[in-house]
Design a binder for this molecule. Structure first.
Ligand code: GDP
Ligand code: MN
Length: 391
């Protein structure tokens, strides 16, 4: 789950990282009020779960409350890379002297948290990594020791940070690591971490925040879980979560209904494999879906409705390997869903394992014209690809 910038910065602030004291507005009038209350220039920032808002025109400085109202009305309802802006953050504007990049993420290959920093702040980090990899500094953190002072000093030296700021940079990096660990985050990113102000009041401040929390740890972070923005995720994903189904929307045309996450991945891979083999360039999985162990007819029906709600879906591929999940229950679920949602969309069904004979019998007896049987997973995946290709 990803947090919005304003939520990320609030959280950073709780861990002691200096952040601007901004407020969120949902209307131009609210932005006007906030700017007037602050009594100084502000930055109006689109709150959408995607990067590059600055380049897209979603970050604008306003010198007066009237300007704040204008800029907010330009940014609200904007479409940034497919994300509609419903909220803006109104932050007090600051004078930026220089911008640093700082993040901590989970490096799965190294099996440790990885701190990354760069003097090329403000730019997207992928671009830095690509165009000037020497400017991207990496420090792996031993989780049993935590972030060590010498590591922070190394980073500060390598990004060429003026000595005067080393102490505060160290405090911020340590706070960010604590925040990362305590939140079960998979990514905390500050870009830019900016040097702001002048003379003696010069200090480092987090002007942007990206924050991803491990979904599997949300059960122990009620305060973070409630920050989920339902407006920002595909409605199918919200419905799936409520029904106890793991679902991730993708952009292909083969709807996949599978029990077990690993089997679901294999199924998706196989559609890709046969699409390549058959030269079907526009064919691929429309979703990841795991109906979970022991799914009953109701859940299967809910899953099928979610898959069919996607207009791109040209064929549904069922891959059920019965263990705890029973083939006859799944068959009942399919038939129940097809009672409610009448659809001509072809469905390729591969059912194996516990009670698969009973399940196939139920399906055959229903005599539905759009059901296609399959003898094996490979057979099913190939048939689904052929149907999607011909559709
Ligand atoms: P992003 O484009 O989605 O990463 O949005 P950011 O929050 O990083 O903002 C983009 C850029 O706007 C930053 O890199 C800064 O250069 C600039 N910016 C953000 N806040 C301020 C501010 O308070 N004052 C000034 N002058 N510029 C700002
Ligand atoms: Mn940024």
């Amino acid at each position: 789950m990803n947090l919005h910038e304003y939520q990320a910065k609030l959280r950073f602030g709780e861990f002691g990282i200096p952040v601007p004291k901004g407020k969120v507005a949902t209307t131009p009038e609210e932005a006007f009020d906030i700017a007037r209350e602050m009594g100084k220039p502000v930055v109006i920032k689109a709150q959408v779960l995607t990067g590059g808002r600055g380049k897209a025109g979603g970050v604008k400085v306003a010198k007066t409350p009237d300007e704040a109202r204008d800029k907010a009305s330009q940014i609200l309802n904007m479409d940034i890379k497919g994300h509609i802006v419903y909220k803006v953050l109104v932050d007090p504007a600051v004078d930026i002297k220089s911008e640093i990049y700082l993040s901590i993420t989970n490096d799965r290959a190294a099996k440790r948290p990885l701190l990354m920093a760069s003097s090329a702040g403000g730019m997207e980090i992928e671009q830095v990594a690509h165009e000037m990899p020497e400017k991207l500094i990496r420090e792996y953190i031993d989780p049993s020791l935590g972030l060590r002072d010498f590591q922070v000093r190394n980073v500060a030296a390598e990004i060429g940070l003026p000595r005067a700021h080393w102490k505060q940079f160290g405090e911020i990096a340590s706070a960010l690591y604590r925040c990362y660990i305590d939140s079960d985050a998979t990514l905390v990113e500050i870009n830019p971490l900016a040097i702001v102000g002048t003379g003696d009041s010069e200090q480092i401040m987090a002007l942007d925040g990206k924050f991803s929390v491990d979904d599997n740890a949300l059960f122990r972070h009620a305060d973070l879980a409630e920050k989920r923005d339902l407006q920002e995720e595909p409605p199918e994903e919200t419905r799936a979560r409520a029904a106890g189904i793991s679902y991730v929307k993708l952009d292909g045309n083969i709807g996949c209904m599978v029990n077990g996450a690993g089997l679901a991945m294999t199924t998706m891979d196989l559609t890709k494999y046969f699409a390549d083999e058959l030269g079907a360039t526009n064919v691929g999985p429309a979703n990841f879906l795991d109906i979970g162990g022991g799914a009953k007819a109701d859940r299967v029906a809910a899953a099928l409705r979610i898959i069919l709600a996607d207009p791109k879906v040209k064929v549904v591929l069922f891959n059920i390997f019965g263990g705890i999940t029973r083939g006859d229950e799944v068959a009942r679920g399919i038939l129940q869903a097809l009672e409610e949602v009448k659809t001509p969309i072809p469905m390729v069904i591969r059912l194996a394992g516990t009670n698969s004979e009973e399940g196939l019998k139920l399906i055959n007896e229903a005599h539905l014209p759009n059901l296609v049987g399959a003898s094996s997973l490979a057979d099913a995946a190939r048939k689904a690809v052929q149907i999607a290709q011909g559709a």
